[in-house]
Design a protein. Structure first.
Ligand code: UGB
Length: 624
């Protein structure tokens, strides 16, 4: 039987009889332990965890395993702000609240907040983009990539997935190239100041760390200086087996505590404990930008939203898009407490509906007359100002308000179906901020800013009608749509899309247009690289891989791929007409093709294309 929460507390002394009575099996193994391990044992016993030693045999049996147990305990203790004692204490409180059915938003009334709404390409958007580019040299980027993506059901790490299959560029490469393009553009705008290397941090976990490191190393960091990149690994947290927060013994090894991921909120304590924030602050950096593993569009939104942060002096700026009711993204909500306190915060997708119902909105999470939820959707890209961030983390140690989500066996809520653990989310950072903090958000069009790859084909095909699929299929098609619409904004005649069904999901198929971030990172960049009268037919593919390619009087009906070294200036024009790349459907159950292809449900048959590579400096005219 598991011991009770009060076991061993206060009356514990190392040499006394109390020790023997609370954990006799541990006591008999005491000679194996170092003084530090004895201290850890004390922490566990004081926190009512003597059951962990119940199955321990006499010394001489499994001694190395026993020591390894304490290595694990040391790690669990040191990687959690406040240590294991604090973890267990918080767990007991949260589990009691959960059992009592306490609403975490008790006393708060939700309402729709107001933020900065941007329209792509208009005057203020362009101004914000320019301000953002100026600031980029004072920014550090943090990618949270510790999640395995269970919803996607993909076996690899998500950042290794192709961002689109026209060029085959993976997400990580795309992110790195985007940061490098921002770095270059920012340094160019502030000539006279010394060049900078924008720091790029990746939060990994045991599930993703070695594969992420390998991906970087085997690709020469995709062109970034290795010194610019740093991996911070988050640790898992201990699982809890009951309402008394007894730690769960690993079912496969009685000398291990079962662990599970703690959530993306770990990024704050990791950044704090790494010391990086202070180094950045001292070096004059002003912003930290957080982003997730598979949003192929996010860098289209970053320059303008960073400009918003700088212009509005936001301490925290959350990026948002119009949200469909019940979509699996949190809603940015203004919460007003009975006592007058207010905060603008993400309410997670599974909590928004109950919160609305509990506060008089009997329909819960529904769309309004616009066809969208009135609450902007959180896309978990956060821009945080470093100075106030450090001040706050000095108070909290980077700890983020946690939650627990036990699955109970029955309505008595006395036992769990399986062990649970505390979790935390990075967007909950503002919850501990004082009311004086300047917390805002920036809303952009979905087509421009948000196309995550999260759902497997089967689940994606079942989302409520009209809601986004968030699949590999929709993620890739959204990239073509965004590039097509951006080209339309600068006057290119781009044909309308057709509708096609892949893996049970009906999507718009636009011309497959992609470009490298160094070709254009802002609207003004695109404008400066397009002149004359250009047109692209729906069945076309166009990949621009060089920095100085100008589209001038181009009429494309087929496939065009242009690659050029930085000091080659290429004018791409004339009428290009070939058989192009044909889209073929692939069933996600077809095991004869690779997983990356299966999950998107299509592949390209590269029948014919015009491919031009310029590998020397000079001025060139691409004529078919
Ligand atoms: N992640 C970690 O790095 N470590 C972890 O322990 C867990 C995750 P999911 P989620 O924009 O679409 C979030 O699982 O958590 C990384 C927001 O909470 O993809 O269901 C992981 O690698 C939600 O409000 O998403 O939902 C990935 O990069 C909404 O904004 C990231 O954290 C939603 O994302 C997110 O993990 C969204």
């Amino acid at each position: 039987m598991a011991s009770t929460a009060a076991d061993g507390i206060s009356k514990l002394s190392i040499n006394g009889d109390e020790w023997a009575s609370s954990a006799p099996n541990l006591r008999s193994n005491l000679s194996l332990l170092s003084p530090q391990q004895v201290e850890l044992a004390k922490i566990l016993l004081e926190a009512g965890q003597s059951h962990l030693f119940q199955q321990w045999p006499q010394p001489g049996v499994d001694d190395n395993e026993k020591r390894a147990f304490f290595d694990q305990v040391a790690k669990l203790n040191s990687s959690y702000p406040g240590g294991l004692a604090s973890y267990i204490k918080t767990a007991r409180e949260l589990l009691a609240d959960s059992k009592a059915g306490k609403n975490p938003y008790d006393g708060f009334t939700p309402s729709v907040p107001s933020g900065e709404n941007l329209t792509y390409g208009d005057e203020s958007f362009v101004k914000f983009e320019e301000a953002g580019i100026r600031e980029a040299r004072k920014a550090a980027f943090v990618l949270v990539a510790g999640g395995l993506g269970e919803r996607l059901g993909y076996n690899g790490i998500k950042v290794a997935l192709p961002h689109e299959t026209t060029t085959g560029t993976c997400f990580l490469q795309h992110y790195i190239e985007s940061v490098l393009a921002l770095q270059e553009a920012s340094c160019k705008l502030s000539q006279g100041e010394s060049p900078v290397d924008i720091p790029f941090i990746i939060m990994t976990s045991d599930d993703t760390h070695s594969r992420t490191a390998e991906l970087l190393e085997s690709n020469a960091y995709f062109g970034m200086k290795p010194t610019q990149v740093k991996l911070l690994k988050q640790e898992k947290v201990a699982c809890l087996e009951d309402n008394d927060a007894h730690l769960a013994v690993d079912p496969h090894n009685k000398y291990r505590i079962q662990t599970k991921p703690h959530g993306h909120g770990d990024v704050h304590s990791l950044l704090y404990s790494s010391g990086l924030l202070k180094v950045w602050h001292a070096a004059g950096l002003r912003w930290v930008l957080f982003f997730q593993d598979t949003n192929g569009l996010l860098f289209k939104a970053i320059p303008a939203s960073l400009g918003v942060s700088a212009t509005k002096q936001y301490n925290v700026n959350s990026l948002a898009v119009p949200r469909k009711a019940k979509e699996a993204i949190g809603g940015i909500t203004k919460l007003t407490h009975k006592d007058g306190r207010t905060m603008v915060i993400n309410v997670e997708y599974n909590q928004l509906d109950p919160l609305l119902r509990a506060s008089g909105h009997s329909d819960g999470d529904v769309n309004c007359e616009t066809g969208y939820s009135p609450f902007p959707g959180n896309i978990n890209q956060l821009i945080i100002e470093i100075g106030p961030y450090i001040e706050e983390l000095q108070k909290t140690g980077g700890a983020i308000k946690e939650f627990v989500n036990p699955k109970y066996k029955d309505a008595t809520k006395t036992a769990f179906k399986s062990s649970t653990r505390l979790e935390c989310m990075m967007q909950d950072y503002p919850k501990t901020l004082p009311p004086s903090a300047n917390v805002g958000f920036t809303v952009m069009d979905v087509w421009l800013a948000y196309a995550p790859v999260k759902n497997n084909p089967e689940d994606a095909s079942k989302v409520p009608e009209g809601n986004p699929y968030h699949s590999a299929t929709s993620g890739e098609m959204a990239i073509y749509k965004a590039h097509s619409l951006i080209l339309r904004k600068v006057g290119v005649k781009v044909d309308d899309p057709i509708h096609q069904v892949f893996n049970g999901q009906e999507v718009e198929v636009w011309p497959r247009v992609v470009w490298k971030p160094k070709w254009a990172i802002t609207f003004s960049d695109v404008k400066s690289k397009v002149s004359g009268s250009n047109s692209i037919s729906q069945r076309s593919t166009m990949a621009l891989k060089g920095r100085n390619i100008i589209l001038e009087d181009l009429s494309l009906d087929g496939a065009l791929v242009v690659d050029a070294v930085d000091n080659a200036k290429v004018k791409a024009g004339g009428s290009i007409d070939n058989k192009g790349w044909v889209i073929e459907t692939v069933d996600y159950k077809d095991s004869s093709v690779g997983e990356e292809v299966r999950i998107r449900g299509f592949r390209f048959n590269k029948v014919e294309q015009l491919e031009k590579i310029y590998d020397e400096a000079g001025e060139f005219c691409l004529n078919p």
